[in-house]
Design a protein around this ligand. Structure first.
Ligand code: ADP
Ligand code: ADP
Ligand code: MG
Length: 445
């Protein structure tokens, strides 16, 4: 097993990884920017190294992160999510430096990271994909031709996209050119790659994703599914496991498709296959996230496994200890992403100093967070400041528990979306489990 791991990330996920390492007896190294000097991950790690300032994107600076790893004799790097987690060049350079990248190989990240390529591969693997382009859209003419074939509405998406960015719905001819050029600009600005592709826009689907674990020896397990349909601007807000409308039969079908996908590309480590599910229980591959995801805790809660520890063990060359039959889903789990933002002002980020804090607890309540009393949330990074996760014996208990915990949660000094979450949890359709990816759009919260 590794003696020391460097965490190339910040925020709650860095804290989450440090916790897993500590329980495994592994030393940790935090990296940070000057504005993160007082951040929780820096305080919690065994060692820490400043790698840059708040304005120089240091969490994606490969050479500085690798220097920090060499300097501290770290044997492995955990990339968390966002930042370098899906950067194949980083995975490749780690390998060349003899440092284990905790994730899949550079080749696999390349194959699946480009969402347009991944669609093609999944078709070969006999996994159903959303109808759409076989090749990227090179120009507006390609876009026009593709729409002829698919029919409106369509979605234009960034091949390197993530976090809900670089996505445009096109409902008619008049919107096409504008959507094409704005998606291209956004893709270039956010991902440094303006390659676009097109899919048929599915009306009112659910976002249902399958968590998989794969070891170095070709064993692949699926750990049930998560429903992440509660979204704002294609970005997840509330996630739950299991999916409220799942059947045993469909779970097995989706699980097997996810395993087939992972095996086809030679996947290793934890990964997620995202699908859209329609009303008739047809499911379509959307993308694969070749990393740990924000919402991994809801799966941990119902399968009773620590996914970060599993990632570390797989990277260290251990075999999966469980077989598919050992994976039994227990109870129900829900996660609310708590952001420092103002729901009254179109969810504008609201960083600042936390002047008072009460973190909910009690039976079945878990909070993964970067907060402490007196901490100043910087404006330079993502606005997610905590994940509130509950587990209950069934969905009803989980909902009641989440409402109870949201009610206890107090964050003074910074605007946040706790009340917005309460509105969602109190909504009749949510309680019935009858919702789709347009749920938030369709409500007048
Ligand atoms: P998940 O798929 O884990 O639910 P999100 O889509 O919410 O994750 O993304 C998690 C974090 O990673 C967010 O901060 C998001 O902005 C960032 N992120 C995701 N994909 C990318 C990407 N391709 N490039 C840059 N940042 C990304
Ligand atoms: P990202 O890489 O940003 O996570 P995804 O491809 O996973 O992008 O899409 C994000 C969200 O956008 C999905 O969860 C879904 O709600 C919506 N979406 C994506 N593609 C489609 C589609 N073809 N039809 C309908 N909704 C879609
Ligand atoms: Mg996605």
């Amino acid at each position: 097993m590794f003696k020391k791991i460097l965490i190339a990330n910040r925020g709650e996920i860095a804290v989450r990884i440090i916790r897993a390492c500590r329980e495994m007896g592994i030393e940790t190294v935090a990296v940070y920017s000057t504005v993160d000097k007082e951040a929780l991950h820096v305080q919690m790690a065994d060692e820490s190294i400043c790698i840059g300032t708040e304005t120089d994107n240091c969490y994606t600076n490969i050479s500085r992160i690798l220097s920090a790893a060499e300097l501290t004799s770290s044997e492995a790097i955990h990339p968390g999510f966002g930042f370098l987690s899906e950067n194949s060049r980083f995975a490749e350079i780690c390998r060349k430096c003899n440092i284990t990248f905790i994730g899949p190989s550079a080749e696999v990240i390349d194959k699946m990271g480009n969402k347009s390529n991944a669609r093609e591969l999944m078709q070969q693997a006999n996994v159903p994909v959303i109808p759409g382009t076989k090749k990227p859209l090179n120009n507006e003419q390609d876009a026009r031709e593709m729409v002829e074939e698919l029919g409106y509405p369509v979605m234009i998406k960034a091949a390197s996209g993530g976090g809900g960015r670089g996505i445009r719905i096109v409902r008619n001819k008049d919107e096409l050119l504008n959507a094409f050029s704005t998606a291209k600009k956004e893709a270039k600005a956010f991902f440094g790659d303006d390659t676009l592709y097109m899919e048929k826009y599915l009306e009112n689907p659910r976002h249902v994703e399958v968590q998989i674990l794969a070891d170095k020896y070709g064993e692949v397990l699926y750990l049930g599914e998560r429903d992440c349909s509660i979204q704002r601007r294609n970005q997840k807000v509330v996630e739950e496991a299991p999916c409220p409308v799942m059947t045993e039969e469909l779970r097995e079908k989706m699980g097997q498709a996810a395993v087939r996908a992972a095996k086809y590309v030679g996947y290793e480590n934890a990964g997620t296959i995202e699908f859209l599910l329609d009303k008739h229980n047809n499911f379509y591959f959307m993308e694969m996230n070749t990393r740990i995801q924000v919402e991994h805790p809801v799966t941990e809660e119902i399968v009773g496994m620590d996914l970060i520890k599993e990632q570390i063990k797989i990277a260290a060359g251990k075999r999966l200890e469980k077989t598919q039959d050992d994976i039994v889903l227990k109870g129900h789990s829900i996660e609310c992403r708590i952001n420092a933002e103002d729901p009254q002002e179109s969810f504008m980020p609201c960083p600042g100093k936390v002047s008072g804090l009460f973190i909910p607890n009690g039976l079945g309540v878990r909070v993964d967070s970067l907060l402490y009393d007196g901490y100043t949330i910087p404006s330079n990074y993502d606005s997610m400041i905590a994940k509130l996760i509950v587990h209950g014996k069934d969905r009803e208990e989980a909902i009641n528990r989440m409402k109870r915990a949201l009610g206890e949660f107090v964050i003074l000094g910074v605007k946040n979306n706790i009340d917005f979450h309460l509105d969602i949890l109190n909504n009749d359709d949510f309680v019935k489990g009858s919702y789709d990816t347009n749920f938030i759009n369709n409500q007048s919260f």
